[in-house]
Write a protein that binds this ligand. Structure first.
Ligand code: GUN
Length: 283
């Protein structure tokens, strides 16, 4: 039987409406949640992502600031900008779009953001909070993927979840969240020997490798929930995921398309984290 296609666009709209209500409740008390997005350099993909993040905030009536810094910005200047935003009461969330240029130490930058305004959830304190089961701000992409699983009623507790990819932005936090929901979790990497042995045993398969269509239908357990976090551009200009959608959808129980699956959720969870940061700041 063909898989249920998880409609990330529709679910993202529903979740956005829920968070808009919370933002409106804050605004009624005179507090407008505010997000600052910093981009350093001219990476075209980053520019599109950042523009979409700022647009989503505007659509929900949030305050947003778009800080553009040139590719040769000194690390100290970026740190000074972060310090300024840390003490700006109009700003509840701060995000530095990654990657930053090579001469800037990204760990130093992420650690400079106040943990209370770290809506990306990348500060070591927030990573630690997630790892110890006291989630404060979860990284937006895996957080969005978890919400998709929950909204679709995919059983998680006791199930075998396999995460392919071990990045700090997706793979590791995804694994921690699944573990927190009592899944049995396996993390695979690009070096995993006989990857298919693991993926074929997965009730939930999350793929975040950046390798176009690397997971094919024969690597998927019948009925599994397949979450494709990849976005790759093919030579013909079309977008595709890390999963070969056409063969996978014949085997899986649920599957996210690319585009229109996890992507729309990422920005929604950024808005959610910004509203949550503003709620916390007023407590
Ligand atoms: N670059 C790719 N994904 C992300 C993300 O979720 N946050 C930031 N800050 N940069 C990214």
């Amino acid at each position: 039987m063909a898989a249920q296609i998880i409609d990330g666009k529709t679910i993202a709209q529903q979740v956005r409406a829920e968070w808009k209500e919370r933002a409106d409740a804050l605004k009624a008390r005179g507090i407008t949640p505010g997000l600052a997005v910093i981009i350093v350099g001219e990476d075209p993909a980053s520019k599109v992502y950042v523009a979409n993040k700022v647009k989503a905030c505007a659509e929900l009536g949030l305050h947003s600031e778009h800080v553009v810094m040139s590719a040769d910005t000194a690390e100290a200047a970026l740190l000074a900008k972060i310090a300024e935003l840390n003490s700006d009461s109009k700003i509840h969330g701060i995000l530095v779009q990654l990657p930053v240029p090579k001469h800037i130490n990204s760990s130093k930058v992420l650690e400079a953001i106040s943990p209370d305004k770290d809506v990306d959830g990348f500060h070591p304190m927030n990573v630690g909070a997630l790892a110890t089961g006291n989630m404060r701000f979860a990284p937006c992409t895996p957080y969005g993927a978890m919400i998709l699983l929950e909204k679709c009623g995919v059983p998680i507790e006791g199930k075998h979840a396999v995460v392919v990819g071990r990045s700090n932005i997706v793979g590791k936090p995804m694994a921690l969240m699944l573990l927190q929901h009592n899944a049995t979790v396996t993390i695979c990497t690009s070096k995993t020997v006989d990857l298919a042995k693991y993926t074929r045993d997965a009730d939930i398969l999350v793929v975040a490798t950046g390798k176009a269509r690397m997971i094919t239908g024969d690597m998927i357990k019948p009925g599994a929930a397949v979450i494709d976090v990849g976005i790759n551009r093919l030579p013909d200009g079309k977008l595709c995921g890390d999963v070969d959608f056409d063969s996978a959808k014949e085997v899986a129980g649920w599957i996210t398309p690319v585009p229109g699956g996890v992507g729309p959720m990422t920005i929604t969870m950024l808005v959610a984290n910004t509203v949550r940061a503003a709620e916390r700041a007023t407590r």
